[in-house]
Design a protein around this ligand. Structure first.
Ligand code: SF4
Ligand code: SF4
Length: 183
């Protein structure tokens, strides 16, 4: 059964100004360093939770932050046309999805998701924003009243955990969580 009550939550967001992005990929490097184990021990954009989609011939650079893991390919794909060029239907998708390799931890294959650089003590601004000297990434915080659905959230987490175990095996998932929790 669900118990609902209102609470105020700080919503963190990062806006992107694609006109300012030059494709330097400093954001990818900063994110990968922050999430390395131990922290800052390696720089590997393949481990980044932000990916800069590039079309260098047209000077188009779009930083995408990793979103939710999806168990299956979606069937509601979008098409994007920018300056007359049609982009691949998955090009700007933030999901870690079985149909492509984006946003996967390279060693374990586990999905990566932007966590807004949650840390103890908290960071002032997320690493990717801090690293972007071109002001293409703009950090925003706003207060929102949200319904707290405690039990549903727990159910969702359990479902997500089960789906990871089903796909990768319990040992691999446990090993990865143990490694990440040391970071
Ligand atoms: S650091 Fe900023 S300018 Fe460089 S690729 Fe990332 S978003 Fe673009
Ligand atoms: S907010 Fe943090 S976790 Fe998310 S993409 Fe930026 S650096 Fe990576």
């Amino acid at each position: 059964m669900e118990s609902k009550r209102k609470k105020t939550k700080i919503i963190k967001d990062i806006k992107v100004d694609t006109k300012k992005c030059v494709g330097c990929r400093a954001c990818e490097i900063a994110c990968s360093a922050f999430h390395a184990t131990p922290k800052y021990s390696s720089l590997n954009p393949a481990r980044s939770r932000i990916m800069v989609v590039m079309d260098e011939t047209r000077d188009i650079f779009v930083p995408i932050r990793a979103g939710e893991y999806t168990q299956a390919e979606c069937n509601g794909r979008n098409r994007y046309v920018i300056d007359g060029k049609e982009y691949d239907e998955c090009t700007f998708c933030p999901a870690s999805c079985p149909s492509r390799g984006a946003f996967r931890e390279p060693d374990s294959g586990l999905p990566l998701k932007c966590d807004m650089c949650e840390n103890d003590p908290p960071v002032e601004v997320p690493m990717c924003v801090d690293a972007c000297t071109f002001d293409a990434l703009i950090y925003e915080e706003r207060e929102e009243e949200v319904e707290e659905v405690k039990e549903k959230r727990e159910d969702d987490m359990e479902l997500a955990f089960k789906s990871l175990v089903k796909k990768h095996g319990l040992k691999k998932v446990k090993d990865t969580f143990a490694r990440l929790s040391k970071g």
